[in-house]
Every structure is written in structure tokens, then in C-alpha cells.
Design a protein around this ligand. Structure first.
Ligand SMILES: Cc1cc2nc3c(=O)[nH]c(=O)nc-3n(C[C@H](O)[C@H](O)[C@H](O)COP(=O)(O)OP(=O)(O)OC[C@H]3O[C@@H](n4cnc5c(N)ncnc54)[C@H](O)[C@@H]3O)c2cc1C
Length: 308
């Protein structure tokens, strides 16, 4: 770890690195500056048998109260460049590092009069996290604008994988077993390329304004990880079922089912992961009992719990 100097910290509370503001300490948090440092770090972790976890913006994560054993790797800010790399009359290829903010990519598209990214306006987190989660809204999802991703097969083999070789489902990229077999580990996304289209700036700006306003109205302020559960179907979204089950405002400690959007759980200040997990259980049980629908979490829960 010596060569990382200030780019590795020890015993780092994950609450400071997640939008829910919840989570115990990671043994270490490393922010490699480039691929050279990243591959060196991974080789060392494999050699010493230390586990790792790749963190994006921490906006879809619930980290348990005893934190994460091993090293959390953040690709921010080392892998954050955004640039147009190719263009013709109908399409512009934009390349973004996995550590770049998705909001920065949306702003880049707007500033350069490119259509395609407006669906993602207001989705927090990184480009890498957005690819892994197939982030999206009713207006579109990452899978529909992506043309390729650059991955690192741990520890040191880079590969560019075309969109058509990738399998996405609702809120997730599903790694093919042949991709995992290349190293035995899930690859790390280093960058992504998007195919955007030249567009009229006024139309783009007007659309962006409408989408931003709509989101502001529907989305609760405060600490959350966005929608907690996947929508079981388009006609009965999770938020509708939770609301109809009378669960808005239900609280365990400082974890509360949002009064604004029932599929959000907000941390009112001092909630722990245990409070949020208990609240999720209550919601799941009530919705199953009332509607016979099993809700599946959209947020990812990682780390160790205090209760053993
Ligand atoms: C207020 C709010 C609103 C939200 N609205 C939406 C919405 O409208 N639509 C939507 O889809 N989501 C929404 N989300 C959820 C979240 O923002 C998205 O899922 C987002 O894409 C997660 O990105 P992230 O960088 O924060 O990933 P993280 O939460 O850090 O990580 C998510 C997963 O991706 C993995 N990962 C991250 N980066 C990499 C990488 N480079 N290589 C390999 N694995 C990686 C992590 O290990 C983890 O498993 C919302 C969240 C909040 C807080």
C-alpha cells in the first residue's frame, strides 16, 4: 500500500461515501490514479488474499453497520474524463470514464447539443455504477445509449466489449459466464462509450427543464438510495403498492418510508443499516400479505452486520 501514499485511507466510515449516509467502516479505501495503480493494487490484493469492493458514487448502496472487510476501490477521481471521440452527421461517440459523474455526462451532452442522455437527468452516481445498474427512468435506460464498455479483467487485462455482447435486464448488467471465466472475478468497468445524436439545443434544453421539474416534484429530498424495490410490473409499481398498503411514513428509528414517494426509504439522520433492513422487511411482508406480490430490492446491500 506504500506507493499509494495519500490515495489510501484506513478505517473509513462508509456512511460518508453513500447517499443514505449509512454504513460502518471499510478496512481501507483506495483511490488509484490510473490503470497502472489499479492493476498493481489488484495484483497485491489477489496475492495477499484480501477482498475488494468497487464503489461508484455509493447512491444505490446500503452498507451494513460493521462495514466492509478488505479494500474499497473508488475510481473517482482518477477515471473521470468525458470527451467526444468520433462524430459524423448523425451520431457522436462520447467516451466517459467510469468514475465520472453521470450528471456530468448529462451536462456534457446538453452543452454540446447532443440528444440521448436527458433520460438520466437527476440520477446521481457514477458512469460505472450506471452501467452496472442499467440506470434509467421511464424515459430510457443506459443500455439504449451505450455502444461499448472498457473493462478490466482482474488483475490486468483490458477489453472493449460491444453493446450487443452485453446482457442487460431491468436495473442490471448481467455478466456472461464466459466473461467472468476470463479471470474468475467480475470485471471492473473502466469506461463507457455512448452513441448520442446531434440535436436542436432549444428542444434539448426544454426537454431537460421539464424532466428536471418533474423529478423535483416526485423525488424526496434528504438521504436515500433512490427506489428501494424494483417495480414488479408497469401497472403496479412498487411505490404504488407500498402506498396502497398504508406504509407511507412508517418508521424504524430514523429510517422512514418517504411521505413523498413510498418506494424511497429516507434516513432522517441517525438511521443504521439494521433499521433500514428491518423497515424493508416490514414493507415486503405487508405488500406480500396485501397483494401477493414479492418485492425484490433494487438497492444493493453489502458489508457485515453487527448482529452475528
Ligand atoms: C435520490 C436518488 C435518486 C435516484 N434515482 C434513480 C433513477 O431514477 N433511476 C435509477 O436507475 N437509479 C436511481 N437511483 C439509484 C442510483 O443512483 C443508480 O443505481 C446509480 O446508477 C448507481 O450508481 P453509483 O455510481 O452510485 O453506484 P454504487 O451505488 O456505488 O454501486 C452500485 C453497484 O455498482 C458496482 N460498481 C460501481 N462502479 C463500478 C465499476 N466501475 N465497475 C464495476 N462495478 C461497479 C458496485 O460494486 C455496486 O455493486 C437514485 C438514487 C438516489 C440517491
Amino acid at each position: 500500500m506504500d506507493r499509494f501514499n495519500e490515495r489510501v485511507e484506513f478505517d473509513v466510515p462508509m456512511a460518508g461515501h453513500t447517499s443514505l449516509r449509512v454504513g460502518g467502516p471499510a478496512d481501507a479505501l483506495a483511490t488509484p490514479a490510473d490503470t497502472y495503480e489499479l492493476t498493481g493494487l489488484l495484483a497485491m490484493l489477489i496475492k495477499t488474499g484480501v477482498p475488494w469492493f468497487v464503489l461508484g458514487g455509493g447512491t444505490n448502496l446500503l452498507v451494513r453497520d460493521s462495514g466492509i472487510r478488505g479494500v474499497v476501490i473508488s475510481l473517482r477521481p482518477g477515471f473521470s474524463d468525458i470527451a467526444a471521440v468520433d462524430s459524423d452527421q448523425d451520431a457522436v461517440a462520447v467516451h466517459a470514464g467510469a468514475g465520472a459523474r453521470l450528471s456530468a455526462l448529462c451536462r456534457y451532452a446538453l452543452a454540446n447539443n447532443l440528444a440521448g442522455m436527458n433520460f438520466a437527468l437527476g440520477i446521481p452516481g457514477s458512469v460505472g455504477g450506471a452501467v452496472i445498474m442499467n440506470a434509467g427512468t421511464e424515459n430510457g435506460a443506459i443500455e439504449s445509449v451505450l455502444s461499448s464498455i472498457e473493462v478490466l479483467h482482474v488483475p490486468d487485462q483490458k477489453e472493449i466489449i460491444c453493446r450487443r455482447a452485453l446482457l442487460f435486464n431491468y436495473r442490471g448488467l448481467v455478466w456472461d459466464s464466459s466473461i467472468i471465466a476470463k479471470s474468475g472475478y467480475e470485471p471492473i468497468v473502466l469506461a463507457a462509450s455512448f452513441e448520442l445524436a446531434p440535436a436542436d439545443p432549444r428542444t434539448q434544453a426544454a426537454e431537460a427543464e421539464t424532466l428536471r421539474a418533474r423529478r423535483k416534484q416526485r423525488q424526496p429530498a434528504g438521504f436515500s438510495a433512490g427506489c428501494v424495490f424494483k417495480n414488479p410490473s408497469a401497472d403496479a409499481p412498487a411505490g404504488y403498492l407500498i402506498d396502497q398498503a398504508g406504509l407511507k411514513g412508517t418508521r424504524i428509528g430514523d429510517a422512514q418510508v418517504s411521505e413523498v414517494h413510498a418506494n424511497f426509504i429516507v434516513n432522517l439522520g441517525r438511521a443504521g443499516a439494521t433499521d433500514i433492513l428491518r423497515l424493508m422487511d416490514i414493507v415486503r411482508e405487508k405488500v406480500l400479505h396485501e397483494y401477493g406480490v414479492e418485492l425484490e430490492p433494487e438497492i444493493r446491500t453489502v458489508g457485515e452486520s453487527k448482529e452475528k
